[in-house]
Design a protein around this ligand. Structure first.
Ligand SMILES: C[S@@+](CC[C@H](N)C(=O)[O-])C[C@H]1O[C@@H](n2cnc3c(N)ncnc32)[C@H](O)[C@@H]1O
Length: 381
């Protein structure tokens, strides 16, 4: 059942009300679905420059949902929270002409997004493929959204362009607390008419943010630990691919990472749980080689681990236990989709409990092997 829940949405599985409301556009997007090949159409080539395959796939899929939802809820304005490099917003503006505010806390992301917008627009203008001007491109709002803050007020304070009207609220892989903020914003702000949200990093959510719905709040017989929320971020499909392709050696990386954590705690406890470089391993790669790759970047050494720490005597018995970590990891993977389903269904209940909400959906929109957080929450008032 869970597998069915996560299976990619074909057109046929999108809600009927979306099929009936798909606007026509002059410029279209026809990226080869999931293909690495160079797009044939010049417009596609311009539109998808610098956009990674995963992001292209997500954008292509979101184009089946966002435009019909805009029509259904009668809005032409989008507020994107955590817009990153702005690829989705740029294409939504160029192709559909929507007015967009892109809110992003990281100023490097904002600068890159502005540069990409400018380059794409100038190309299209030179080829006379668009009527848009620079002022039509997404407005960048460089700010850190805080819980309890009204997003439209944050925009008005920075943009200075008067009152923000009715809009669709968007969050594509909004990490942890940002997802909760977006959900609360949709609930509290009558001007938010529709919502499209792909969550990620569930473990970063505050304890008080689960469950969010009254329904589950009254019934929840247990507390979700940080570890449970963390495992919900893993895609069982990728894991199964490795299983089916007999690439179990690569799963040893989890055992290696556990030993590396032991060394980190020993040599520099302040780096506990720090993200290390991700390293693909195969049967020929030993722990030392892995450890050096994961913890070194040129001359930079993380966590003060000396080179001989990677083959010290204490490591050997741990290496012999490595497969038990893989076994434990596999058992955790079995419950991962159940935890994610629980979180998302709680969020959906929360949305459905709000006044004026007409429909809510949890849609498995992305191909999970390409984009592991593949479910989106959709609602409109
Ligand atoms: C996982 S990225 C996704 C970026 C983009 N939506 C995409 O899919 O390409 C999440 C983005 O949200 C931004 N972000 C996270 N929390 C934020 C907050 N509280 N306020 C503003 N931006 C935030 C991060 O800087 C990051 O660029």
């Amino acid at each position: 059942m869970i597998r069915k829940f996560r299976t990619i949405a074909s057109d046929a599985r999108l809600p009927q009300e979306f099929h009936d409301n798909h606007p026509e556009t002059e410029l279209s997007l026809s990226f080869a679905n999931g293909s690495h090949t160079r797009p044939e159409k010049i417009s596609d080539h311009i539109l998808c420059r610098k956009i990674k395959l995963k992001k292209r796939h997500e954008i292509e899929r979101l184009f089946k949902v966002i435009p019909p939802l805009m029509t259904l809820s009668g809005v032409s304005h989008i507020i994107d929270c955590g817009s990153g490099q702005g690829h989705l917003d740029r294409l939504l503006t160029i192709i559909y002409g929507y007015k967009i505010h892109s809110i992003e806390m990281d100023c490097d992301n904002v600068e890159n997004a502005q540069l990409h917008d400018k380059t794409a627009l100038e190309y299209l203008q030179r080829l006379k493929m668009t009527q848009l001007e620079h002022s039509d491109m997404p407005t960048k709002v460089n700010c850190f959204l805080k819980s309890g803050q009204h997003i439209d007020e944050a925009i008005e304070a920075i943009d200075g362009q008067g009152v923000v009207g009715e809009h669709l609220l968007l969050g594509l892989h909004a990490c942890g607390p940002l997802s909760n903020m977006i959900l609360e914003q949709f609930a509290d702000n009558p001007k938010c008419r529709a919502l499209v949200l792909a969550c990620c990093c569930y473990m970063k959510n505050g304890k008080e943010k689960f469950p969010m719905s009254q329904y589950l709040g009254e019934r929840m017989p247990f507390v979700l630990s940080r570890e449970a929320k963390e495992v919900a971020c893993h895609a069982i499909e990728k894991f199964l691919e490795k299983f089916n392709a007999n690439e179990l050696d690569s799963l040893r990386v989890h055992g290696y990472r556990a030993i590396l954590e032991h060394l980190i705690l020993k040599h520099d406890p302040s780096k506990k749980h720090t993200g290390m470089r991700s390293v693909r391993i195969d049967s020929s790669m030993g722990f030392k080689q892995y450890g050096l790759k994961a913890s070194r970047n040129g001359d930079t050494i993380w966590a003060n681990i000396p080179d001989d720490g990677f083959d010290s005597e204490e490591i050997q018995p741990m290496l012999e236990e490595c497969d038990r970590v893989v076994l434990y990891y596999s058992l955790r993977m079995l419950v991962a989709p159940i935890v994610e389903a629980l979180i998302l269904l709680d969020y959906e209940h929360y949305l459905a409990e709000q006044t004026g909400v007409k429909s809510t959906y949890v849609i498995p929109l992305f191909e999970p092997t390409l984009s592991p957080r593949n479910m989106i929450l959709v609602a409109h008032k």
